[in-house]
Write a protein that binds this ligand. Structure first.
Ligand SMILES: Nc1ncnc2c1ncn2[C@@H]1O[C@H](COP(=O)(O)OP(=O)(O)O)[C@@H](O)[C@H]1O
Ligand SMILES: Cc1cn([C@H]2C[C@H](O)[C@@H](COP(=O)(O)O)O2)c(=O)[nH]c1=O
Length: 216
């Protein structure tokens, strides 16, 4: 049975790498995939991994109907044996519904990859719809780690290493950004709640007089 699978995890846990591996293994066996993405750091129409691999993809703009795209593609003689959607958190809920229809009405497997929650630990609308509709949700096996060594479960947005909690939901960016730039850091829940990043933990360790944070 074809499936809609949501591979989810924090930033930097290997989602795009896995998407590229699935694409490689299937195309090596003569299967043809359609790859969707939106707002990849490598630029428009790219699916890229931090391991350096990159492939061409179809950029999903606002309002693009993914089901209609596949029907057009197939009716013009194109092949599609499976579908990959990276950065799926950026898709609109209607576009996730269209991916579910691709599974049910076209009989194709759809593999969607994305982060579940934003820097305020709120669900992205696209991820929420995936949680609601997916046949299966897979959490990636290679765990990203918080600076304390615990499994990272949350994404923090940082400026100069300090966690910020105000701003637009979507700001394309990366972990390990240089000073002055908006960046991201993955944290365990405890340290996300306390807004304690690697930089602020280091600074606190150097100032033993600082009182503990309030028990909120
Ligand atoms: N220099 C490196 N050597 C080995 N593995 C690396 C290196 N840089 C990144 N990685 C791996 O790549 C993962 C990030 O992969 P990527 O697919 O870009 O993540 P995601 O799409 O989840 O944000 C890291 O968690 C790490 O496992
Ligand atoms: C937490 C969070 C992230 N983003 C952006 C930052 C990156 O461009 C992508 C995640 O990509 P990755 O391949 O999983 O690293 O999402 C955002 O726009 N808003 C956020 O709150």
């Amino acid at each position: 049975m074809p499936e809609l699978v949501f591979f989810s995890g924090t930033m930097d846990c290997g989602k795009s790498t896995l998407a590229l591996q699935i694409e490689h293994n299937r195309s090596a066996r003569g299967l043809a995939g359609v790859i969707f993405t939106r707002n990849d750091r490598a630029g428009e129409g790219k699916l890229s991994s931090r391991l350096g691999l990159v492939t061409e993809a179809v950029e999903v703009e606002d309002g693009k109907d993914l089901y209609a795209y596949l029907v057009d593609h197939l009716s013009q003689g194109g092949r599609a044996d499976y579908v990959i959607a990276d950065e799926a958190q950026f898709l609109a809920p209607e576009q996730i519904d269209q991916l579910a229809r691709v599974v049910d009405d076209l009989g194709l497997d759809v593999f969607a990859f994305g982060i579940t929650t934003d820097f305020r630990s709120k669900l992205f609308p696209g991820s929420q719809r995936l949680v609601e509709l997916a046949d299966r949700i897979e959490v990636l096996q290679v765990e990203a780690l918080c600076w304390c060594g615990a499994r990272a479960t949350h994404n923090a947005r940082t400026i100069d290493g300090e966690m910020v909690v105000e701003g637009a939901q979507v700001v394309v960016g990366d972990v390990n950004q240089s000073a002055g730039e908006v960046g991201y850091e993955v944290l365990c829940r405890r340290h996300h709640r306390r807004r304690m990043t690697a930089a602020t933990a280091r600074a606190a360790a150097l100032s033993p007089d600082v009182l503990p944070v309030s028990p909120s």
